[in-house]
Design a protein. Structure first.
Ligand code: PMP
Length: 444
């Protein structure tokens, strides 16, 4: 049987739900990254590192809530906090002590955070950070980097993927005027800032694009900080994925480089919906009612809702201990090294690499460094790393791994605090079998 035939055979109920779904939901998915041909699996429940699909298959999960679940699925501290809060009300239309507790925790953990404002997603956080930067500096444009992802609002989508100069469908042409796009190169940033005196802020994924799929050059963040200071431009770190994952204080704590504003989501709200902008008091104060002439507008029905606040507090209480990140990091590092050993032994072109608790699987590209064990960055052009495996390889890798009980996210994924060494052994077995299955179909 082929990978796809096995996939169809193992997932009849998911297939049936998919047939219903495409009549009500475009392509049957509600997030582009969940799209899988011929269909995506349907999950019934999840606990710890596992999910169980509607056909009763147990899946070892590396999607981990798109990176939101550093504590794994339904960690009891988070689940209990949410359950308790649900009985006490889910929206007060007023303040709750929990949201203050939550805010103080963010300020305590994120080194550059003096004040914080909650949103409902990472997309909303980058939208708000950009608006704050424009209002604070009185300038019009935001500089962003080719391939860096900051959510799906119109400004953020400029240059998100190749071809970088192409305006994404449905994004108004006028948006171009609000953005400056450069390659990940300090000389290019300097040239852009010299050319254009109307730049309010630089926004960057401080892990490098797509949670370290394309790591930044050494010293890049320090260089950006210096350029931002020289030109009087604000620096925004988008730590939606890296926040509380790279360290309790995110990349900024590890790199020792402080941005003016930080955008957060995912782990900040314990895996429930939520996001935040945190940063310098003088900038954040533009949201306050101190100066009504200068005040910027920010609303959102579900901002800092009690459920997300409860989950966020419970989660931050645990992840403030760096042992949490260290455990997830160590397991990811062991996993990357052991997966590379398999690629080398089977003589499959590719490499598994990453930073922190992330893994990225590149297939179909010769990477000699796979022989070295754990790899931070294969010696490949940025475009190759950003693209990942060719679509057919990526699709069969995901299906093949699902057939063997492992769910990856965009040819990679995240380990969590509840990952254990025996999960690694299971993953390695599934990876090796999947590569053999792919080879049997002459895909590799
Ligand atoms: N910024 C980064 C770096 C992200 O990875 C994401 C989502 N993965 C976002 C922003 C958008 O966050 P959300 O999906 O919560 O809108």
């Amino acid at each position: 049987m082929t990978i796809q035939e096995t996939f169809a055979e193992r997932h009849p109920s998911s297939a049936q739900l998919h047939r219903r779904a495409v009549r009500a939901i475009p392509s049957g998915v509600n997030h582009d990254a969940r799209f899988l041909q011929p269909f995506q699996v349907y999950i019934d429940r999840a606990q710890g590192v596992y999910k169980w699909d509607v056909d009763g298959n147990r899946l070892l999960d590396y999607v981990m809530g798109h990176g939101a679940l550093l504590l794994g699925h339904s960690h009891h501290a988070v689940a209990d906090a949410v359950a308790e809060q649900a009985t006490k009300g889910t929206h007060y239309g007023a303040n709750s002590p929990k949201e203050l507790d939550w805010a103080e925790r963010v300020v305590a953990l994120v080194p550059s955070a003096e004040e914080v404002r909650f949103t409902m997603s990472g997309t909303e956080a980058t939208l708000l950070a950009m608006r704050l930067a424009r209002a604070f500096t009185g300038r019009r444009r935001i500089l962003k980097f080719e391939g860096h992802f900051h959510g799906w609002h119109d400004y953020a989508l400029i240059g998100d993927r190749p071809p970088f100069e192409q305006l994404p469908q449905g994004v108004p042409d006028s948006i171009r005027d609000g953005m400056v796009l450069t390659p990940v190169d300090l000389d290019a940033v300097r040239a852009a800032l010299e050319r254009d005196g109307d730049v309010a802020a630089i926004i960057v994924e401080p892990s490098g694009a797509s949670w370290a799929a394309v790591p930044l050059p050494e010293g890049f963040l320090q260089g950006l900080r210096a350029l931002a200071d020289e030109f009087g431009v604000l620096l925004i770190f988008d730590e939606v994925v890296s926040g509380f994952r790279w360290s309790p204080g995110g990349v900024q704590e590890l790199a020792g480089v402080l941005p003016d504003l930080t955008t957060l989501a995912k782990i900040v709200s314990g895996g429930l919906p939520g996001g935040a902008v945190a940063g310098r008091r003088d900038i954040m104060q533009l949201i306050s009612f101190e100066d009504r002439q200068r005040k910027i507008i920010h609303q959102g029905t579900f901002n800092a809702n009690p459920l997300s606040a409860a989950a966020g507090c419970a989660c931050l209480e645990i992840v403030k201990n760096p042992a949490v990140q260290k455990k997830a990091d160590d397991l990811a590092s062991r996993l990357r090294a052991a997966m590379n050993e398999i690629l080398t032994r089977l003589d499959v072109p590719g490499c598994v690499y990453g930073e922190s608790s992330t893994i990225h699987i590149l297939l179909g590209v010769d990477c000699p460094e796979a022989k070295q064990g754990d790899v931070r960055r294969p010696n490949q052009p940025d475009a190759v790393l950003k693209a990942g495996p060719a679509p057919k390889l990526a699709q069969h890798l995901e299906m093949g791994l699902l057939n063997h009980g492992v769910h990856v996210f965009r040819s990679g994924g995240f380990t969590s605090w509840v990952s254990e060494p025996d999960h690694i052994a299971f993953t390695l077995e599934a990876f090796e079998q999947t590569l053999r299955d792919m080879r049997a179909e002459a895909l590799l």
